[in-house]
Design a protein around this ligand. Structure first.
Ligand code: AQP
Length: 333
């Protein structure tokens, strides 16, 4: 049976990049497949998080997912640390994965490169085996992934394969990626060489799903651009990363191809184009922002949705984890 697992880290407010690159797609996928939507707080703590902020961000992410259209009754919405099976299976998979495999993971190298490598957490290094556990704990068959997670999903496939070879043929399905189109990668509004990110120290680098219309207008107005008007060919646009990012953002929000968006806006000055971009962004986000506010005002209700989701996830995971324990020889008394 097909089953999708998707995760998002509660490392901050969800932003337009998360929405357009991932969540909008999840909302479509939930119509055709049973889905687990997991707020991966255990992944978040692989880099340091302030405890109160982590709790707040977990509720914020839950509210944003619901406001974006994730249906918590049809699917399962929960936080990772509420289901112990993630940590339990991760340990087993740590022992199945090979040290050399993890050493080749480029995301660890990139993330650890920004800090003193000796000081990076062991959790950051082992992040991919926890991700493998997230997926395999539910025998998920499909995982929507952006380019940055492709290598981790490959590793999950290798781990599943090795487990199957050692302990039991075809126990884990080998999960398939659902590749997100690279054009939906939204870059920082301050530096188009970096992706829009929750943990960017500058709030002007991103548009949050909780930003009001004035804040969105200000951020778009301040978004880095160059002095020339928008060009009339995609080739010319590609040479101007900031312009390409804003046009790409417009195209994605309007459900147009970059070519179509360029046909509408070629030759326009940024001052004018940015007004249209603001209007479009506000029209897409305003209903979500209002719903996020409403949900965050009732944290008990949000918590009960997450609690119910965790119970359902735990019910699915229990027999799979028990079978893993039997296969590897843990005596269960
Ligand atoms: N800028 C982006 N454009 C398109 N898609 C994006 N995603 C993230 N940023 C962009 C997609 O959102 C999903 C959830 O991401 P995540 O929270 O698990 O982790 P991330 O990719 O590390 O996101 P951030 O915002 O950059 O968080 P931090 O700053 O904590 O690292 C994923 O499917 C991701 O591809």
């Amino acid at each position: 049976m097909a089953r999708i697992f998707s995760g998002v880290q509660p490392t901050g407010n969800l932003h337009l990049g998360n929405y357009l690159g991932a969540i909008r797609n999840w909302v479509k996928l939930q119509k055709d497949y049973p889905c687990l939507f997991c707020i991966v707080d255990m992944h978040a703590v692989t880099v340091s998080q302030a405890p109160a902020a982590l709790r707040h961000n977990t509720r914020c992410v839950a509210a944003s997912l619901l406001a974006a259209g994730v249906e918590s009754e049809r699917n399962i919405l929960f936080s990772q640390s509420a289901v112990p099976g993630h940590a339990q299976l991760a340990w087993v998979l740590n022992c199945v994965a090979r040290f050399g495999w993890l050493s080749r993971m480029t995301q660890f190298k990139e993330k650890a490169a920004g800090q003193d490598r000796e000081n990076a957490s062991v959790g950051l290094y082992a992040y991919p085996t926890l991700m493998a556990a997230d997926i395999l704990l539910y025998r998920a068959t499909h995982v929507p992934v952006g380019a940055d997670q492709k290598q981790h999903l490959e590793l999950t496939r290798d781990i599943a394969q090795r487990f199957n070879n050692i302990f039991g043929k075809n126990f884990f399905p080998i999960p398939e990626p659902i590749i997100v189109h690279p054009a939906t990668r939204i870059m920082s509004l301050r530096d188009a060489s970096k992706k829009m990110s929750k943990s960017d120290p500058s709030d002007y680098a991103r548009i949050n799903l909780t930003d009001d219309a004035d804040t969105i207008a200000l951020k778009v107005r301040k978004a880095k651009t160059d002095p020339a008007p928008l060009p009339d060919t995609l080739t010319a646009l590609q040479k101007r990363p900031e312009a390409a990012n804003l046009l790409g953002l417009y195209a994605t929000l309007a459900d147009l191809s970059p070519e179509e968006a360029l046909t509408h806006h070629a030759g326009r000055r940024f001052a004018d184009f940015k007004k249209d971009l603001t209007e479009l962004t506000v029209s897409v986000l305003a209903p979500m922002t209002a719903e996020v506010k409403r949900l965050l005002a009732a944290p008990d209700h949000l918590d009960s949705i997450l609690r119910h989701g965790a119970q359902r996830a735990d019910t699915l995971a229990g027999p799979i984890l028990a079978a893993v324990y039997d296969l590897i020889g843990f005596l269960r008394v």
